[in-house]
Design a binder for this molecule. Sequence first.
Ligand code: C2E
Ligand code: MG
Ligand code: MG
Ligand code: MG
Length: 282
Amino acid sequence: RAKEVFGPAHAFYDEALAREVKEGLELERDLSRGFVDGEFYLEYQPIVAVENGDVRSLEALLRWRHPKRGLITPDIFIPLAEKTGIIQVIGKWVVQQACAAAVTWPAPTGVSVNVSGDQFKDPNFVTHILDCLVETGLSPERLTIEVTEAVFSVDIDLVCRSLAELRSSGVRIALDDFGTGFSSINNLRLFPLDELKIDRSFANQMLETSQGAKLVDLMHKLSETFQIRTTIEGIETKNQLDFIKRLGIGEAQGFLFSRPFAAAEALSYLQARLAQRAATVG
Ligand code: C2E
Ligand code: MG
Ligand code: MG
Ligand code: MG
């Protein structure tokens, strides 16, 4: 009887799950081939100063143009790349590409690069980043390394040492997706930080409920207490922008300002912004 009722639904579920697992395994095997074949590329999304719209940094966001499946987003392939270990190689390439791009942009616009916890396990992680800076001639203050709270599950001492070393060389450190991790507040004490990025899920709901708004305000105050700059992700509407302006949040990122764009568009985007700014300042 139960089988009669639930059978078909179960069969469907099993099939869907099996397909998902199979596709995941195929993608996993395909990662290194795709990387070697040049299917990975970076897009860039502006992080702007809330008060005047100046572009402070462009965040590098990795994309995979798969020959059969089309565009695959990092939420799908980064976990697979971490699982297979190829994130080490891809991650190095991302830093290199981002530094080489940023040095062609008008200073002081910086570049923000996402880094996986696994990359810290490479004993040459810090050296490689510093080498990229020397080779490209990008000044360290223009590079921000973004980590999420997931890095703390790697090895806290190792991560803190590596970040402190980068920071003492002038590289900036940002804690990404803040508020979604499991040990948020203690991390602010353990951890050398320049920037805290409030996760976009908070921007999403901050105008819906007064609790949502209070949480954003609280995270911003927390970050101010530690003399850390606050960025909020996922700003999509003018109302959201007005609200974070009132809270005094310094920097924001989101579709309201710009979607991520191709690397080739970065320079002309920045030049157009500067020209516009010069015109308004008069
Ligand atoms: P993230 O670092 O938090 O990046 C912000 C994500 O939010 C990006 O998604 C961006 O496209 C999206 N976004 C920005 N503004 C808005 C908005 O207004 N509305 C909405 N709905 N979304 C917005 P994306 O590019 O899919 O990247 C997802 C995540 O993948 C990133 O989150 C980051 O954790 C990871 N990732 C991306 N590139 C790399 C990389 O090179 N290395 C590593 N390790 N992780 C990466
Ligand atoms: Mg990020
Ligand atoms: Mg984020
Ligand atoms: Mg994220």
